[in-house]
Design a protein around this ligand. Sequence first.
Ligand code: CP
Length: 305
Amino acid sequence: MNHLIDIKSISKEEIINIINLAKEFKNGKKESDVKAKTLALMFYENSTRTRCSFEIAGQKLGMNIINFDANHSSLSKGESLKDTIENLYFLGVNAVVIRHSLSGIINNVMSQVKYPIKFINGGDGTHAHPTQALLDYYTMLEKIGSVENKKITIIGDVSHSRVAKSNINLLTKFGAKIHLCAPTYLQFENFEAFNVTYHNDVKSAITDANVVMVLRVQNERHDKEGYPDSSEYKRLYEIDSKLLKEYGAKDVILMHPGPANRNIEVSSELLDNNVGKTILEQAQNGVYVRMAVLNTLLKGDSNAS
Ligand code: CP
């Protein structure tokens, strides 16, 4: 594994290795192989969990972390992303984590950069968020042991969701039964190309589900595109304790990649009770999964600049 751009590009074996390594880091059984290597965090779109957990992961591994400030960098003077990253490589940076609103921009810049810096996708547009899918899978394994033949329901704004796409790509590799639920205007385009079952109705979607993964209604994208307002979404799709208890499997777990819109896609009472705590555990597991990703990509890497 040279870079981490999307789940499609990595094998089942590579995913298992990352999960096992994350487990070792979490249990304190593994030492860092990447001490003193340098990681640059290049976030062109806002983030709390991904950015902070990469920073904490790097710190726990003894790495040097550069919080690249896009607003105060020479990008504002017209420097390209390719030139910026090549300069960072010559400053001694081993890897970059990029978050960007444009789908595919990381593949695009990676194909232009001539030097062996490692690329990690921290979420690009509606394309992919591979470390989110890895930490979600890790959390599911902790909670339910295996995803094989389990019903995993992803509810919400699947049309704009890089998290949904990365999770579908990962979980289907491990035999999960994926169910998507969204109003027609937030439906995944060409979902028929994926091995999923589609529901308009929330009750049928969560019936006997082992995992209910709720996605954020991405209001910032809808405002520009003339979608119905979120009160209509709330009326039909908001998940609360009563729905989950009545329709979900006996030990159903609730997940959400965050950030959550309280009382829109998920009720505040559910977020704050014990079932909602899994969402915080997802964020916590993100640190160990990202440690595993950094250690895997950078072990043995030498920036010869
Ligand atoms: N889940 C996730 O990507 O959260 P952030 O946008 O806060 O990083």
